[in-house]
Design a protein around this ligand. Structure first.
Ligand code: AMP
Length: 438
């Protein structure tokens, strides 16, 4: 299968070839003809599947084919709504790159930066607008953007959009769009809420799904490293140094935890920065750029900030803390092993997190191999503590001795794990529950 065989124009085929793509990914093979046909689309696809090109390429082609010879300022004809700023910037960069041999103009519209340059930019031609919902709404309220000629709407990462509370903003935006338009909805998961949104939005959509829902990619090697909660940082530094890991994306549960871990790793001589919602856009962009070029060894991120980070062949993802929601595990490790390259996802798991681990294994229908690093065996006297509202005290706190532990795992007597650095077949240190009632 080639891109040309999907019906894409020479200009687009040339652009993707120059980008090094030799053949379409499965989502592209399905989405491109569906979008070219002009109908609505409901696509189940995670980041990493090549979905961005899956909608961008046919949109560029359709807008070119029906180019209107407007004199003066042309209207915005395609609107791509994206949940996070980084992802929006990356998608718009892809639009520009894929469309470099075409005469279409695109713009990123995101929060966290001065609105005035955006207002100025909107005075000139914008065919494709890639926006985060909050800032787009600001522009609508100030009447600095006109969406009355939008022909194609894309809701990308719709599940994440709802998770982030954008549903009201989205509804307000939908209300100002022309009724007659093509709608494309992409989502990694399909909750009842997403189905409701899709039902209201899409008209007889083509439905495509790649990579079974909630399945973890086969190219990703997953491992669990048992360790005490206070020794996670030490173990992480050990793994990074011993194994010479570069481009490590580390997930923490909280912004504060991300900051603290990045600072501590930096002190350990491992160049690290944190990215999360409290950082300025400039700081986030800089951190991401340094990480991409390899200048920065470790990027510590919260789930929301990491969403959509697009780095080809990101080799290592580390769950410094397991996510509270098992689906987030799938999103997190989806950062590695993308579009055909192999990746490694490592989870540092302390006694507090056994239930979370069980939930993840149940969701992914996969038992993750356990590797016990010698010298980091969990102390069996340490009891599980509750993870409060995602505010895990993480490493370095040293407080809270002897607190009770609702929901903790039964039995304290964790034995020492497997043999040195080898997968411990049924690691006693982890005390897996056998999955009952969890
Ligand atoms: P996405 O899921 O859109 O975020 O894309 C994931 C990654 O795959 C990005 O780094 C793309 O540049 C890359 N990619 C997309 N399509 C292809 C393709 N057909 N061949 C190789 N890599 C691709």
């Amino acid at each position: 299968m080639t891109f040309a065989a999907l019906g894409l124009s020479d200009e687009l085929v040339r652009a993707v070839t120059e980008r090094g793509y030799t053949e379409p990914t499965p989502i592209q093979a399905q989405a491109i003809p569906a979008v070219l046909s002009g109908g609505d689309l409901l696509a189940g696809a995670q980041t990493g599947t090549g979905k961005t090109a899956g909608f961008t390429l046919p949109i560029l082609q359709r807008l070119t084919a029906s180019a209107k010879h407007t004199i003066g300022k042309a209207p915005i004809r395609a609107l791509v709504l994206i949940p996070t700023r980084e992802l929006a910037a990356q998608v718009e960069e892809s639009v520009r790159d894929y469309g470099k041999y075409l005469k279409l103009n695109s713009m990123t519209m995101i929060g966290g930066v001065n609105i005035n340059p955006q207002i100025n930019r909107l005075k000139s031609r914008v065919d494709i607008l890639v926006a985060t919902p909050g800032r787009l709404l600001d522009h609508l309220q100030q009447k600095t953007v006109d969406l009355s000629h939008v022909e194609i709407l894309v809701l990308d990462e719709a599940d994440r959009m709802l998770d982030m509370g954008f549903i009201r903003d989205i509804k307000k935006i939908l209300a100002v769009l022309p009724r007659q338009r093509q709608n494309l909805l992409f989502s990694a998961t399909f909750s009842a809420e997403i189905k409701l949104l899709a039902d209201g939005l899409l008209n007889k959509p083509a439905m495509i799904e790649v990579a079974r829902q909630n399945a973890t990619a086969e190219l990703i090697t997953q491992k669990v490293y048992p360790v005490d909660r206070e020794r996670k940082r030490e173990l992480l530094a050990h793994l990074i140094k011993e194994r010479n890991w570069f481009q490590v994306l580390v997930f923490t549960r909280t912004k504060h935890g991300a900051n603290r871990l990045a600072e501590q790793l930096d002190k350990d001589g491992i160049s690290s920065l944190a990215i999360h919602g409290n950082k300025s856009q400039a700081a986030r962009t800089r951190a991401l750029a340094e990480f991409k070029t390899g200048k920065l060894q470790v990027l510590v991120a919260t789930d929301i900030a990491a969403r959509g980070i697009d780095i080809i062949e990101l080799p290592h993802v580390v769950n410094f803390e397991l996510p509270n929601v098992p689906e987030d595990y799938v999103h997190r490790i989806g950062r590695t092993g993308r579009a055909g390259s192999e990746g490694e996802a490592s989870s540092l798991v302390c006694v507090d997190e056994h239930k979370l681990l069980n939930d993840i294994e149940r969701l992914t229908k996969n038992e993750i191999p356990v590797v016990q690093i010698p010298g980091f065996e969990p102390d069996p006297r340490i009891k599980a503590e509750p993870i409060l509202n995602g505010q895990n005290r993480g490493q370095g706190g040293g407080r809270g001795q002897g607190r009770s532990q609702p929901g903790s795992r039964a039995g304290g007597g964790a034995g020492r794990g497997g043999a040195a650095g080898k997968p411990a077949a049924r690691a006693p240190a982890l005390h897996r529950s056998g999955g009952r009632g969890r």
